[in-house]
Design a protein around this ligand. Sequence first.
Ligand code: NAP
Length: 283
Amino acid sequence: MAEAQLHDFPSLFSLEGKVAVVTGGSRGLGLSAASALLQAGAQKVFISSRKPAACASACAALNALPNLRPGARAIPVPADAATLDGVKHLLAQVSAQTDHVDVLLANAGASWGEAFDTHPDGAFAKVMDLNVRGVFNVIREFAPLLQKRASAKDPSRVVITASVAGLGIGTLGKQGTYGYSASKAAVIHLGRNLAVELGPRGITVNSVCPGFFPSKMSNGLLEMSGGAEALGKENPMRRLGRPEDIAGVVVYLTSRAGAHVNGAAIEVDGGALWQRGQLDVKL
Ligand SMILES: NC(=O)c1ccc[n+]([C@@H]2O[C@H](COP(=O)([O-])OP(=O)(O)OC[C@H]3O[C@@H](n4cnc5c(N)ncnc54)[C@H](OP(=O)(O)O)[C@@H]3O)[C@@H](O)[C@H]2O)c1
């Protein structure tokens, strides 16, 4: 029966030979995602963040992984994703080393926690500039490279790291993340718009919406919210997110397995968003 004959199942989750760019790839979720791309077979993964030393040490760690394909490399490309100049600089560095890109992870993001009454205009702007405007700029500037090898059969992929804070309510009160939560809702909807715009060009655009994952960004809020262990216990799955959770969804969305997923926003939060009575979804 035709339904039983899946095409080349062993390669369904393979990223053999792919070229990827990861913004915010020097640590945290971006570094986990970059590691997954390389270990799934990617040939070149460009690691970008503002600090050159952080990009270089992330690449050294990635290039020391034992199970990379021959010749596979992580390549540092420091740039500020919050400004158009920074994004153009990133594009120039990447273009000098490849004539196409298959996968773009628009992952760099920032948060700001402060009470509503004193929430600073500058903080709101900073968060929106990186989390929304920066994501739009990086997708627009990289679209020509993404289109180079894109086809209906083997589309190029954009994955935005959004947050469950863009689906539910963010943190309220003393450490309110109003701008952050609004930015993540905005970027999820931007992703849906771009999915329909870029789908016909052979590029899928999806968002991943993590819950709490320990990272430099989230650790402060984790501590203020009772600590990682206590918060983990409140989760329906009785734990916080871990690197494999991001690795799995990123490989799914960027491999043949995810080729027909477009405009989606996939929660990776153990189900915390839907927990009964839980209105204070964090991050
Ligand atoms: N951790 C969580 O619980 C959680 C939950 C939901 C969503 N997220 C989202 O996941 C993404 C990654 O967060 P994370 O938790 O992994 O945080 P993280 O560990 O603080 O990493 C942030 C990364 O972004 C880079 N970055 C920051 N500002 C940048 C800029 N202007 N231009 C380029 N790169 C910049 C940082 O490097 P430099 O400092 O060198 O620039 C770093 O590589 C963010 O979009 C965040 O909103 C995280």
